[in-house]
Design a protein around this ligand. Sequence first.
Ligand SMILES: NC(=O)c1ccc[n+]([C@@H]2O[C@H](COP(=O)([O-])OP(=O)(O)OC[C@H]3O[C@@H](n4cnc5c(N)ncnc54)[C@H](O)[C@@H]3O)[C@@H](O)[C@H]2O)c1
Length: 459
Amino acid sequence: MEFKKRILCIGAGYVGGPTMAVIALKCPEYRIDVVDINQDRINAWNSDDLPIFEPGLFEIVKERRGKNLFFSTDTEENITKADIIFVSVNTPTKTFGEGAGMASDLQYWEATAHQIVKHAQSDKIIVEKSTLPVRTAEAMERILKMHSGNIKFEVVSNPEFLAEGTAISDLLEADRVLIGAHDTEEGNRASQEIADIYRHWLPEEKIITTNLWSSELSKLIANAFLAQRISSINSISALCEKTDADISEIAHAIGSDSRIGSKFLQTSVGFGGSCFKKDILNLVYISKSYGLYEVADYWESVVTMNEYQKSRFVRKIIKEMFNTVAGKKITLFGFAFKANTGDTRESPAIDITKSLLDENVRVTIHDPEAIENAKIDLKGIEKNITYETDPYRAAANSNAIIITTEWEQFKDLDYSKIYDSMEKPAFIFDGRNILDHRKLFSIGFNVYPIGKQQLTHFS
Ligand SMILES: NC(=O)c1ccc[n+]([C@@H]2O[C@H](COP(=O)([O-])OP(=O)(O)OC[C@H]3O[C@@H](n4cnc5c(N)ncnc54)[C@H](O)[C@@H]3O)[C@@H](O)[C@H]2O)c1
């Protein structure tokens, strides 16, 4: 079949895979190639066992794969043939040198820019899909200018706003698509060409076009604002535990104010995921680099509060279990950083597990999708860890259960059966406030929610 346009996506991860699958679904006249340096990942994309779990993704990939959606490691040939190249590689926090622990590590992103320079033989639109520091396009353009031929590259920013666990519906029913480009004739043309992709399924008013720098910075700011709401409600959860106020009642009361809104007011053991912490620290780093120290301090406190929430939770577990947890068995229900994903990057469960291991706890981990990633995260320190795919076996003989991920199925377990199989006194620490605490208490558990009154059988 003759395709109208060829789109290449470099980076077949949590963003590249689902985004391109949806574009392939909605734009059957475009050929979409997704490439990655990781052969295993590509093999998985070409199998029935996709490398990432995302509701609805498999059905779309199965429908379009081999028709107009192709996964391979053939970056060079695809660069040559593509009209539009999305760059969706990872941009983690730098772990070395200048800006270590804060700035973005742009080595993967820069490598793709050099590959494009090396293999391009015709004009192309380069789309920044990865989350990047503001003014990164400038550096990208500098590299692309190194091309020896008379080829024009137009760099456009099109950050991704999907959330893992709801990626497919976020893409299909996006609140908005953001496209940033230079305000020049070529820039506007490129911006419209990218908008044309999304017009296949989104109405015009959902497509926001801005200048390049606003688009790059908007993505960081969106994540900073979302994380800030979580840290704000989590800070109040600590105050609730001291005052007998109830965090759910507060969230409802304040969220009913249309100026505040009800979303992202769910307290928890802390946010995780590959983006929030990294993007805020990047924002902090950028602010500092412009000498804006007060701005940097303000946003850094969002991350500080998140660390506090995690360590506060572990301190509470130890204290409530009579300050002696050594040798006890504690079971984590959930290891993914949120429900409906197997992704464990920056999951609070990692820090909680490590803190418990430091206390010589025997830790059992149960998660419907994240056990393989948990094993990778905890490699080298697994001596006192067991992994269990069955929640009942995981809980048996434990002294405590910790809810670390808000998986729906954890609500429907038979907690009487679980209680009977546990050591007594039996504890539940609900780090997501998803369980029926009164019911658990009546079964016999000592129940510790977040930001709510604890229910215990101790006098
Ligand atoms: N995960 C999310 O929820 C999310 C949401 C919005 C934006 N983002 C941003 O999107 C970007 C990608 O995130 P992700 O979660 O998909 O990362 P990821 O680690 O899952 O995927 C990135 C992929 O890029 C590949 N890669 C690296 N260098 C390459 C190269 N030179 N050629 C080919 N492939 C290469 C890696 O092997 C990896 O498979 C990041 O900048 C992230 O901040 C992520």
